[in-house]
Design a protein around this ligand. Structure first.
Ligand SMILES: [Zn+2]
Ligand SMILES: [Zn+2]
Length: 740
C-alpha cells in the first residue's frame, strides 16, 4: 500500500539525464517530505541512495508503474533546499546528469547505504589545571630537548582546540601529541558542537597590518556591500597584500556571525596563507581538500552544516559546501586551472561560486595577480566591480624579467652561460635560486644511438619518460610503466641514451655543477608521500637548501623570501601551441613564478631562456607587464570571437577504433544551426591515449542561449544514435583545454 497523494522526484547517481518519480509507502505516510531529503530507493535490482529534488502531488507517470521508496535517512544529513536549487542550476548549465551532480555535493560516506558515525570529532586543548610554575618548568625543559613539541604546545595554545587534520596540516606528528599528553600539557576532548557566534576575542589584532590607501578603498567598498550580491575582482600584483585585504573583509563578515567560504587552488601549497588566517582569527576553521580521508570530510561537512565552522577553506568541490549562514565567498588565485574539474562533472568552481553567491544574495571576491581573461573582461565591462592593487607595501620592487637568447649562448645541461653565471653570483651572496622546468622525470624519451628508435607507449603512441631513480619508463599520458630495456627494440643495439632533460636529471646536474651547495627537487614525484611537500617547503624556508628545482607546482602561492633568482628554462612550447589559451597560461605562469622571488627587501631577478626572444607575446609581457599583455590578448580574442567574446562547448568521444568516435560525432552533428558554428569532428591533439582513439566536436556561438540550444539538440541526437553505447562521450561547457 502506498500513500497516493505525494510523489517524490528523486535524483539518483546513474548516468541518465533525468530524475525519477517514486511513491511514499503507507508506512512512511506520516512523515512530511521536503526537497533535500536523502532516501533509499529500489533501482532495477539494486538499492541506491537518492536525494529528493521536489515533492509533487501529481505524476507524469502512471502510479501503477511507480515504485515506492524504502526508507528516509537521518535528518542531519539532508541537503538544504538552497543546495538543491543550486545543484539543479549546475546540472542544467553543464548539461550533466542531475544524479551525478547531487552525488558530488555529498561526502562519500553519505553516498553509501551504511549508516555513518556522527560522534563529534576528537580534539586537543591545553591542560588548564597545570599550575603556572609546573608549566614553566616543563616548557623550559621542552625548549631545550624537544623544540617541535614545544612548538605544537604553542600552536594548540594559540588556537584553543585543534583536531588531528588541523594539527597534521601544520606539519606536526601524532607522536608529538602523544608526548604532550604524557607530560600532561594537553588533554583530549571533543569538538564543541555550537553554532559560531562572534565575540570580541575572535580577532587577534596583534598582527593586523595597517592598510595602504589602495587596500583600504577595496576593503571599505566590499564591506559596504555585505547585504546583497556583488561580484568583485581584486587584481593585485604579486606581493600587493591581497591576503591582508581578504582578512579585513572577512573580519567584518565574522563580526556579523556569518560563515566565510574561501576557495583556493591547492591547500598543500599555501600553508603560509593558512597560518595567517589561523593566527588572525580565533574561530573554528575547517579545511576541505583531497588530503582528508572520508570520515574527516564528513566531519568537515557536518561542522559546516551545523554552523560551527566560521571559516571553510576548501579546494574546488568546496563550492558545494552546506553553508547555513553564509556571509561571503572568496576565490583566491581565481585564474588557476585546478579550479576546473577535468573529468566527469566538468564544472568550474569559480563560475559556480559566482552563481551560488548570486543565489545566496551575498558578495563574492575574486583575487589574482594574473586574472583569467574571462574574469578581466567581466571586470573591464563593468559586470564585476574592478579593484586594482598596483603597489607593494614598503615599495619593494617586483622582479624584472630578462630574456636570454639561447642562440647566442654556450649551453651546458640545458643551462645557458649567462644563467650559470647568475646562479653562481646569487649563491655566493648567500641567497637562494629557483629553477623551473615543466617536465618531470629524468628525460622525456630514450632513444637508440644507432637506428634512432624511440621507446614508445603502444597505447598512446607517445615516447615513454625515463624515471631513472625508479628504474622505470613511465608513460605520462596513460600512466603505464615498464622496466628500462637493455637493448634497442628495433636493432638490438645496447647504445640506448636518454634524450632531453627533466627535473630529475636537472637536479643531478645542478648538484654536479655546484657541488658546494645543496639542491632539492619539488615536483609531483618527489612529493607524492603525504606531508612530504610541507617538509620540503619548510627545509627551503630554513635555508637547508640553496637551489630548488621544480615544476609549475612551485609557481603557486608559496613564497620564498630568500630566493632572489628565478630561472625558467623553457617557455617556447606555449608560443606555438594551437590552444588559444596557451599564451595566457604562459604569461600567468611567468608572472606567478616571478612573484616567488625578491619579496621583502631583497630585489629579485627572473631569467627566461628562449629561442624566440623577439616573439611579440614575450616582448609585450616583459616590456609592459601582465595588465598590458592581457588587454592586448583580449582585443585579439574579440576579433576572433573566441572566449570571453564567444561561447564554446566541446563534445569529446573515444573508442578502441578510430572510425567509431568519428562517425558518432558526425552522425549527431549532421544538421545546420543558424546561430551556432560546429567544427569537426577532428582528431584530438593527442589522437590516441591508453589504447583509445579520441575525436572531438567544437561548438561555438556568440551568445550562451544559442550555444545551449545547440548542445541540447545534440544531446537529443545522441539519444537516437545507435553508436552511443559504442563510444565513451562527454560534453564540456566552457572547456578550458581544447588540446586534450
Ligand atoms: Zn636501434
Ligand atoms: Zn601511454
Amino acid at each position: 500500500m502506498t500513500s497516493n497523494s505525494v510523489y517524490l522526484q528523486v535524483a539518483i547517481p546513474v548516468p541518465m539525464r533525468q530524475s525519477f518519480t517514486y511513491l511514499v509507502p503507507e508506512a512512511l505516510a506520516e512523515l512530511s517530505f521536503t526537497k533535500g531529503d536523502r532516501v533509499l530507493v529500489p533501482f532495477g535490482n539494486r538499492k541506491l541512495i537518492g536525494v529528493v529534488l521536489a515533492v509533487t502531488t501529481d505524476s507524469q507517470v502512471a502510479t501503477t508503474k511507480l515504485k515506492a521508496i524504502l526508507e528516509r535517512l537521518a535528518d542531519e544529513s539532508k541537503l538544504s533546499p538552497e543546495q538543491i536549487d543550486f545543484l539543479s542550476v549546475c546540472a542544467r548549465y553543464y548539461h550533466h546528469p542531475i544524479g551525478d551532480v547531487v552525488s558530488q555535493a555529498l561526502p562519500v560516506l553519505l553516498r553509501q547505504i551504511k549508516p555513518v558515525d556522527l560522534t563529534p570529532e576528537q580534539c586537543w586543548k591545553i591542560n588548564a589545571e597545570l599550575s603556572n610554575e609546573d608549566l614553566n618548568k616543563i616548557i623550559k625543559k621542552l625548549a631545550k630537548s624537544a623544540a617541535k613539541q614545544q612548538a605544537l604546545y604553542q600552536y594548540i595554545s594559540d588556537h584553543g582546540e585543534l583536531t588531528w587534520p588541523e594539527i597534521r596540516m601544520a606539519g606536526f606528528l601524532k607522536s608529538q601529541i602523544t608526548a604532550l599528553i604524557k607530560k600532561q600539557l594537553i588533554i583530549a576532548g571533543t569538538v564543541k558542537s555550537e553554532a559560531f557566534v562572534f565575540t570580541d576575542d575572535c580577532i587577534n589584532c596583534a598582527d593586523k597590518l595597517s592598510l595602504s590607501v589602495e587596500q583600504a578603498v577595496v576593503v571599505s567598498s566590499v564591506n559596504q556591500q555585505l547585504d546583497g550580491f556583488s561580484c568583485h575582482l581584486i587584481d593585485g600584483i604579486t606581493g600587493s597584500g591581497k591576503t591582508e585585504v581578504y582578512l579585513q573583509i572577512i573580519e567584518e563578515v565574522l563580526k556579523r556571525s556569518q560563515q566565510v567560504l574561501i576557495l583556493v587552488p591547492e591547500i598543500g601549497l599555501t600553508p603560509q596563507t593558512l597560518q595567517r588566517f589561523e593566527k588572525r582569527f580565533r574561530v573554528p576553521v575547517v579545511l576541505h581538500h583531497s588530503g582528508l580521508n572520508d570520515s574527516e570530510r564528513l566531519q568537515t561537512w557536518h561542522r559546516t552544516k551545523k554552523g560551527e565552522a566560521a571559516i571553510v577553506i576548501a579546494t574546488r568541490s568546496g563550492v558545494f559546501a552546506p553553508l547555513v549562514n553564509p556571509g561571503i565567498i572568496v576565490v583566491d588565485e581565481e585564474h588557476d586551472g585546478s579550479l576546473k574539474q577535468q573529468e566527469g562533472f566538468r564544472y568550474h568552481a569559480r563560475d559556480l561560486a559566482i552563481l551560488r553567491a548570486r543565489q545566496l544574495d551575498i558578495p563574492i571576491v575574486l583575487g589574482s595577480a594574473t586574472p583569467a581573461l574571462e574574469t578581466l573582461q567581466n571586470a573591464l565591462s563593468g559586470r564585476y566591480q574592478y579593484h586594482q592593487l598596483t603597489k607593494r607595501p614598503g615599495n619593494s620592487n617586483i622582479a624584472k624579467i630578462e630574456l636570454i637568447d639561447m642562440a647566442q649562448q654556450q649551453v651546458e645541461f640545458g643551462l645557458s652561460g649567462s644563467l650559470k653565471k647568475a646562479i653562481e653570483v646569487t649563491l655566493a651572496r648567500g641567497e637562494q635560486v629557483l629553477i623551473f622546468l615543466n617536465r618531470r622525470g629524468f628525460a622525456p624519451a630514450i632513444s637508440c644511438q644507432e637506428c634512432h628508435w624511440i621507446a614508445e607507449c603502444q597505447r598512446c603512441n607517445k615516447p615513454y619518460t625515463l624515471h631513472q631513480k625508479q628504474g622505470l619508463l613511465v608513460c605520462h599520458h596513460c600512466g603505464s610503466q615498464k622496466r628500462i630495456p637493455a637493448q634497442c627494440g628495433k636493432c638490438g643495439s645496447i647504445r640506448i641514451k636518454p634524450l632531453g632533460q627533466g627535473t630529475e636529471q636537472l637536479e643531478q646536474r645542478i648538484g654536479d655543477l655546484f657541488p658546494e651547495y645543496s639542491a632539492i627537487r619539488i615536483d609531483r614525484d618527489s612529493t607524492s608521500r603525504k606531508g612530504e611537500l610541507a617538509k620540503l617547503l619548510q627545509q627551503v624556508t630554513d635555508k637547508e637548501h640553496q637551489i630548488l628545482v621544480g615544476t609549475q607546482m612551485l609557481a603557486k602561492g608559496h613564497h620564498f623570501p630568500d630566493v632572489t633568482l628565478v630561472a625558467v628554462l623553457d617557455v617556447d612550447g606555449a608560443l606555438f601551441s594551437y590552444d588559444f589559451r596557451a599564451p595566457e597560461h604562459m604569461a600567468q605562469l611567468l608572472v606567478q613564478v616571478s612573484g616567488r622571488a625578491g619579496r621583502a627587501s631583497k630585489p629579485g631577478k627572473v631569467m627566461v631562456q628562449t629561442h624566440y626572444p623577439e616573439h611579440p607575446l614575450l616582448q609585450d609581457l616583459v616590456q609592459n607587464g601582465y595588465q598590458h599583455f592581457a588587454r592586448y590578448a583580449l582585443i585579439e580574442r574579440e576579433q576572433a570571437r573566441i572566449p570571453p567574446f564567444g561561447f564554446q562547448a566541446l563534445f569529446r568521444a573515444e573508442a578502441a577504433y578510430p572510425s567509431l568516435p568519428e562517425s558518432f560525432l558526425r552522425q549527431i552533428s549532421n544538421q545546420n544551426f543558424t546561430d551556432c558554428l560546429i567544427s569537426g569532428p577532428v582528431a584530438a591533439a593527442q589522437e590516441k591515449k591508453a589504447g583509445k582513439y579520441r575525436y572531438h566536436l567544437l561548438l561555438q556561438a556568440n551568445d550562451r542561449k544559442h550555444l545551449h540550444a545547440a548542445v541540447q539538440q545534440l544531446l537529443k541526437n545522441i539519444e537516437q544514435s545507435e553508436l552511443q553505447n559504442k563510444v565513451r562521450w562527454t560534453v564540456d561547457i566552457d572547456p578550458q583545454e581544447l588540446s586534450w
